[in-house]
Every structure is written in structure tokens, then in C-alpha cells.
Ligand binder design. Structure first.
Ligand SMILES: [Zn+2]
Length: 284
């Protein structure tokens, strides 16, 4: 069995603030250690249920170079590097194809979640909301739909308690490992580290067992799928809609209609990368 693990940082054990999440900030290296430990906990739990499992881990936070490969299990390959569409067109789901089961570790609530810990979707300063066939989703729903393209179920998601409703809304049997109870945007009651990782590990084991017993279903939105993004500012939508395959559905809304969830996500991610492009200052 080949497991794809997409790892983000916001929902990791003990993380509540950007100072723990960005290169050059005081808590960053400790944050990287914690992220690596949470992923390793998921791997260890999986191996209890499936000793021959192999892993593809995608570092899906910021510049994509947070995990320590030396500390991951010896059977784990690591997708690392920036998530620009020119090198990682599937962003946090890069490397997923060919796997049997997906885990999302350290994920966070979507943009607009009231009181959501570090809540955002894909690119906080750009995106106000993402909808698949009219249903608002976060990174969990987006990447679960990509996995569904290959009929791959999402077995496990870990993160703060405010992410659980997004996981349950998929109605795919996905198990949830809670690492903390959110108090608001940058504060939470964090579980003791050891207990949090035991939860992740035990839930990963349960996810493999659920897969075997037929308890998991892939998330497959109806096709063709309509994917829409509301940007915060009109100028961001102006730039995004230059990507081929997009249409402008409103002053701040970009729409992609595609025959597969994979194509919709590829096109929309390219559009969102363009939305962030800043022209050189001699042109402004
Ligand atoms: Zn994220």
C-alpha cells in the first residue's frame, strides 16, 4: 500500500502563531521539528497496520522546505520545494498520483471560519472563498477532490477542532485526529505533544483498517465540476483570469469549469499563482 501524506503546518501539534511557521522567525525550527514529528507519528501508526507500506510525503506549507527528511521513515519519499505552478502544478497534492490512500496532516480551517485558528485557503491575502459546485471548501475539500480523481480515499486529517466540520462535510468516512482546541486566530489549547502524536498515530492505524473494511469512500464532486474563487480585491481577480481556462464570473470571482477535479485544480492553482504576481516596480 502506498500512502500519500500532504503536510501543512497550521494544524500541527503545538503550533498557533506565524512566528512558529515562517523562515527567519524565532520559533520556526521548533515548528519544523513538530511538523516532522506529526508526519512521523502518522507513518508509525500506518506501519502497525500495514508493515510493508510506502509513503510519499508532500511538504505543503509556505516555501515547501520545512520537513527534515533524515527524521522521516526510511520508506518515505519527500516532495519538497516551492508550490509555484511552474514546478508544483498540484501544489499540496503534488506527488499524489499512483498512491492508494491519502492523509492530510497539520491542516487548518478554511478562509472565513469564525474563530478559526490560522484559518485561510491556499493563499490568505488573495482568497476569500473557494467553492466546488457551489459548496464552500478549504484545502481539505480541494485536495480530497484531487485524490478522488484517482478514486483515492482520504483516510485521515489532523488539525485543530475547528477543521473537523470540513472533514465530516465530505461524508467519505475520513477519520479526524484533533491536535488542539482553537480559541481564535492565533491561540489554542494544545494537547500534550506526546498525546497528540499518539492520537495521530492511532488514527492513522484506524484509517488503514477502515480502508480494508470498505469504510472509506473517495470524494468525487459531480462532473463537470465548477470551481469558483472569490478574491479579496478586484485587482487579484484581474490577474487570475489571465490564466487559460478561467472565466470572470464577477468583479472578484473567477470560475473554472472542467471535466475532472484534477483539471479544475490545475487551472485554478495556476490562476491563483498569477493573482499573486507583482509587476516589476518600473511598470507600476
Ligand atoms: Zn494551508
Amino acid at each position: 500500500m502506498r500512502i500519500f501524506i500532504s503536510a501543512d503546518m497550521d494544524g500541527i501539534t503545538g503550533i498557533t502563531h506565524p512566528d512558529q511557521m515562517f523562515e527567519g522567525r524565532p520559533g520556526y525550527l521548533a515548528g519544523c521539528e513538530a511538523m516532522t514529528a506529526d508526519v512521523s507519528a502518522a507513518i508509525e501508526g500506518t506501519l502497525r497496520a500495514e508493515p510493508a507500506a510506502e509513503f510519499v510525503v508532500a511538504d505543503g506549507h509556505s516555501q515547501g522546505r520545512n520537513l527534515f527528511i533524515e527524521k522521516l521513515h526510511e520508506s518515505a519519499s519527500l516532495v519538497c520545494g516551492p508550490m509555484h505552478e511552474s514546478v508544483r502544478p498540484l501544489s499540496q497534492a503534488q506527488g499524489m498520483e499512483g498512491c492508494d490512500l491519502a492523509f492530510f496532516i497539520g491542516y487548518h480551517a478554511k478562509a472565513g471560519t469564525p474563530g478559526g485558528l490560522l484559518a485561510h485557503t491556499w493563499a490568505g491575502p488573495v482568497i476569500a472563498d473557494v467553492r466546488l459546485n457551489g459548496v464552500s471548501v478549504g484545502e481539505t475539500g480541494i485536495n480530497a477532490a484531487v485524490a478522488g480523481h484517482w478514486d483515492m480515499p482520504l483516510g485521515l486529517v489532523s488539525g485543530a477542532h475547528d477543521l473537523r466540520p470540513e472533514v465530516e462535510a465530505l461524508e467519505c468516512g475520513t477519520l479526524f485526529a484533533q491536535t488542539k482546541q482553537s480559541y481564535g486566530r492565533t491561540a489554542a489549547l494544545c494537547l500534550p505533544a506526546k498525546k497528540s502524536r499518539e492520537t495521530i498515530s492511532r488514527t492513522a492505524q484506524g484509517a488503514v483498517e477502515a480502508m480494508r473494511s470498505g469504510g472509506l469512500r473517495p470524494y468525487k464532486p459531480t462532473l463537470p465540476m465548477v470551481m469558483e474563487v472569490d478574491t479579496h480585491r478586484r485587482e487579484q481577480a484581474d490577474k487570475a483570469c489571465r490564466a487559460k481556462g478561467t472565466e470572470r464570473a464577477g468583479e472578484r470571482t473567477i470560475r473554472v469549469t472542467a471535466e475532472s477535479t484534477l483539471q479544475a485544480t490545475l487551472t485554478m492553482w495556476e490562476a491563483m499563482c498569477r493573482a499573486q504576481d507583482e509587476p516589476p516596480n518600473w511598470l507600476t
